[in-house]
Design a protein. Sequence first.
Length: 211
Amino acid sequence: MTDNLGGAYDVAYQKARTKLRRCQPADLAAAGGAFFDAASGLISLRYVNEDYHISWPGGEVAAAGGEATPAVVKTVLLHYLLRAAGQPLAGRLVSFKEITGGGVKYLDMYNKRIIDGLLAVFGSRPALMTAAGKLVGGARAIYGQYGLSIDILPRLPVIFALWAGYDELPARVTVLYDASAPFYLPAEDLIEATAVCVHKLAEAAKKLTAG
């Protein structure tokens, strides 16, 4: 992440904290599939297989394991809670291009960070993707030759579908979301959240192939 982008997320995070103070925490948690503990004033939220706590009304975000939490993660989690309206899953899968209308502003960044990132790690080792997925809380999905489903957030699943290359045809990958995804995250945050999945899959692949 560049310094400029990091600074932009610092600003976005502070704005989201201000908005959070005006909301009822129990309502936020219920709409986003999170849990609010009135005694501690904490909203607990699972993000790509890791637990986070958000204080109310302060809006401070901390990883349950005590690790430092980047501003981008804090912002994505607050935006998710603020945007969630309890929209049920549509049961219809769409691509990122369909969600954004194919705007170049987002699509180029998405392809570089998500599609190219997945192919760089798993293009020549497609079975490794589903194996790595198990380490980050994913499950096999019946899409592509190698399909993987991961819950980015409680009501925001993503599916990675990979086809192995053969002869002169290169490997290819498709990423799909439930059509309800825009009700939970805007396009910029959806890129960041999906990139977290890709990063964790890559880290899990390193562990599986170490030695």
